[in-house]
Design a protein around this ligand. Structure first.
Ligand code: KIV
Length: 272
């Protein structure tokens, strides 16, 4: 059997010239990481969305570097091919650039991620450049950056006014010029994402940013349809695992209660 080849940062960045779309899904544990890796995505993001989908918080702000390291380690154990991106959580991003560099190094060294993702635009350019110079590849993230949920007054599409569009455009350019190898464009109008995609030389990864980006990312729980009622416009559900899970567990409960499970085939007996 041929050894499985890891997808590297140079490979990911080469896709833009080849007009090949880049596909990223999130994962937070080894089981999902294995399934998602085997499905052929290019990269797995251990996102700070884990604060909401794993920990049950209302937003991503409570997530710590320790949480990211813990989940990255689990994902790394389940991943053979896809590139692994570890998210820099709120506490890592909003501190001094020394602390941010230290946290990025921990996510790579202890979490076994292969690059880090960092929210913020022009104001993070110096920090991005410092992390990149130290040998850690950085994916930027601009637009509706969830760690700024309080400043935005909710998870709302950004870039509605001409002034806001210019700021997001300048942020994406600053992140690219600082040395990021790709940039996530979240929750912005499709036309703005298209303009950024044509301007920067690095791949743009959209989430709620329309069809013109160089790639797309979705939270795995969203694309798998784990939530029956939460369905933002930018999410497409490719399965209804939420409904299937409830059905399967309720079948299990019924069979235990009516004595159908476990049957002889699920039991061991003393040898006669
Ligand atoms: O935390 C996350 O999962 C993310 C993606 C949604 C881009 O930042």
């Amino acid at each position: 059997m041929k050894p499985i080849k890891k997808i590297t940062v140079p490979k990911l960045t080469s896709y833009k010239k080849k007009h090949r779309k880049l596909v990223i899904a999130t994962a937070y544990d080894a089981t999902f990481a294995t399934l998602i890796d085997q499905s052929g995505v290019d990269a797995i993001l251990v996102g700070d969305s884990l604060g909401m989908v794993i920990q049950g918080h209302e937003n991503t702000i409570p997530v710590t570097v320790d949480d990211i390291v813990y989940h990255c380690r689990a994902v790394a154990r389940g991943t053979q091919r896809a590139h692994i991106v570890g998210d820099m959580p709120f506490t890592a991003n909003k501190m001094s650039s020394d602390k941010t560099l230290e946290d990025a190094a921990r996510i790579i060294q202890k979490g076994h991620a292969e690059s880090v993702k960092l929210e913020g635009g022009a104001e993070m350019a110096k920090t991005i450049s410092r992390i990149v110079t130290s040998g850690i590849p950085v994916m930027g993230h601009v637009g509706m950056t969830p760690q700024s949920v309080h400043a935005f007054g909710g998870f709302k599409t950004q870039g509605k006014s001409a002034e806001a569009q210019k700021k997001i455009f300048d942020d994406a350019v600053a992140v690219a010029e600082a040395g990021a190898y790709a940039v996530v464009l979240e929750g912005i109008p499709s036309e703005l994402a298209e303009e950024i995609t044509h301007t920067v030389s690095i791949p743009t990864i959209g989430i709620g940013a329309g069809m013109h980006c160089d790639g797309q990312v979705l939270v795995c729980y969203d694309l798998l349809g784990m939530y029956e009622t939460f369905r933002p416009k930018f999410v497409k559900q490719y399965a209804q695992l939420g409904m299937l899970t409830k059905k399967a567990v309720s079948n299990f409960a019924d069979e235990v209660r009516n004595g159908q499970f476990p049957g002889e085939e699920h039991s061991t007996f003393l040898e006669k």
